[in-house]
Design a protein around this ligand. Structure first.
Ligand SMILES: [Zn+2]
Length: 467
């Protein structure tokens, strides 16, 4: 259970904020089964868009709302056209519920039940809370006659969990209109964790993701004719495959410290009290190799040190101990660190496999996103608002191991910030995202809305408030 007294502050702000209404709206949103690939999902998306129009009359009245495919792009015009717009984004789609696990839920997964201090259901955490939290914040300000100084966009994608085409379409549309953003805020981070892995056990940390790792799959095939195992002349296909996998696993890039790790360590450095990092972070560039060695030895930090290489699938093999195998195939999955590229990864893999009797082909290979700076206008406003509402939490820049929608906006935005403002302790939400009994605490939902209102006020210049 999150220790709200310890981590939350200024909960008495915005006393007129309609918490009950906000819970009802999120509950109704969860009841829309926006699971791509399921029957009737187009209607469910339409239902969700209609719910947004009906639930937020001030937004609907003050903004221009466009349906882009099944995604939703909302534009609130600002007073000063010289200022770059800010975009608040999230996604309306959710993952399905694994067949056979429905009965394990305390309340049905699409019920949106409000009980025991939580709003329950698929999408409560990932991430209808951010779609509706952003809308609650905008509605709160607009319904009080406030208008932003700069343009504000709200962009809610339709397929973050699958193809990211909705976000791409909206980004292209904005690009075609010449829009360049000051910054954007998307999902990411969102949990309070111990600083122990950073040798800072005295503090709690929350990650702000400034990049997404890239993704690639390499397919390997080793041909074999079979035959008696008493004469494996030239090596068996399984042997060739094993050597090939091993060669690829050893083909990691040069061990230069990724910028993402450096940014992270710079932020946590003042709080580090234990060795080995205590001495090492005194001079991060000078101790780069020792820091990399330490980080690579810690499970949680390992993905920050490099492009990861994970053999994930193998099939083939012989049906009997004394028979040579025929064709063997395998898959190796990569998550590319910002700074690396799909092109470079391919070059390394093909070089490692040169002369080996295996066929190699990349099924897909996506570059990592660009790394946003852990500074600048948007980052500072986000940090200010998070620190204002959360106590005893150190916010540190990091990167997301998975992909999300934010990278689709890179052409029009150099400050892509990924941080859901609805904080709770990691132990409370462990296993809930995409899992059974997904739920968000009502207290953290409302607190996140306060953060969003504050960001809109401070970063977008909403004024003429009677709040
Ligand atoms: Zn998500």
């Amino acid at each position: 259970m999150t220790d709200y007294k310890r981590f939350y502050r200024n909960e008495e702000d915005y006393p007129q904020l309609d918490g009950e209404g906000a819970f009802r709206h999120l509950s109704a949103a969860i009841a829309c089964r926006t699971v791509n690939g399921t029957e009737g999902c187009d209607e469910e998306f339409a239902k969700l868009r209609q719910l947004i129009r009906d639930s937020y009359p001030a937004v609907s009245a003050a903004a221009v709302t466009e349906t882009v495919g099944r995604s939703l792009l909302i534009h609130i015009e600002g007073r000063d056209k010289n200022l770059k717009p800010v975009l608040f984004m999230s996604h309306m789609d959710v993952v399905g519920v694994e067949a056979g696990t429905e009965k394990d839920w305390t309340y049905p997964p699409f019920s949106g039940e409000i009980a025991q201090g939580y709003i329950w259901g698929r999408g409560a955490l990932d991430i209808k809370c951010q779609v509706f939290g952003v809308l609650e914040a905008a509605e709160y300000l607009l319904s009080r006659g406030c208008r932003p100084e700069r343009d504000v966009y709200l962009a809610f994608g339709e397929d973050e969990e699958t193809f990211n085409t909705g976000a791409l379409a909206m980004a292209k549309l904005l690009e075609s209109r010449g829009v360049q953003l000051e910054f954007l805020l998307d999902e990411g981070g969102g949990s309070i964790e111990s600083g122990a892995v950073y040798c800072a056990p005295g503090v709690n940390v929350c990650q702000i993701h400034l990049a997404e790792k890239g993704y690639a799959d390499l397919r390997l095939v080793a041909k074999g004719k079979g035959g008696h195992s008493s004469n494996p002349f030239g090596g068996s296909s399984l042997e060739h495959m094993a050597r090939a996998i091993s060669a690829v696993c050893d083909s990691g890039q040069e061990a230069e410290m990724p910028k993402a790790l450096e940014q992270c360590l710079e932020a946590i450095a003042p709080y580090v009290t234990e060795e080995p990092l205590k001495s090492l972070v005194q001079d991060i560039p000078g101790n780069a190799q020792a820091i990399m060695d330490y980080c690579a030895s810690v499970r949680e930090l390992f993905p920050l040190t490099a492009t990861t290489i994970a053999p994930t699938m193998i099939s083939g093999g012989s049906p009997a101990c004394n028979v040579l195998p025929q064709d063997i195939s395998a898959n190796i999955n990569f998550r590319l660190i910002p700074g690396d590229s799909a092109e470079e990864l391919k070059r390394r893999c093909f070089a490692a496999l040169e002369g080996m009797p295996v066929k190699a082909k990349f099924d897909q290979a996506n570059d990592p996103s660009r790394l946003s700076a852990a500074s600048g206008y948007g980052y500072e406003k986000l940090l200010e608002a998070m620190n204002y509402y959360y106590n005893d939490v150190v916010f540190i820049p990091s990167i997301s191991a998975g992909a999300t929608d934010a990278r689709q906006y890179e052409n029009i935005c150099s400050a892509c910030l990924r941080c859901a403002p609805f904080l709770s302790e990691a132990a409370e939400t462990a296993g809930l995202v995409h899992g059974t009994n997904e739920r968000i605490s009502q207290r953290s939902y409302i607190q996140g809305i306060r953060v969003l209102i504050r960001i809109m006020e401070t970063a977008c210049g909403f004024a003429n408030a009677e709040i």
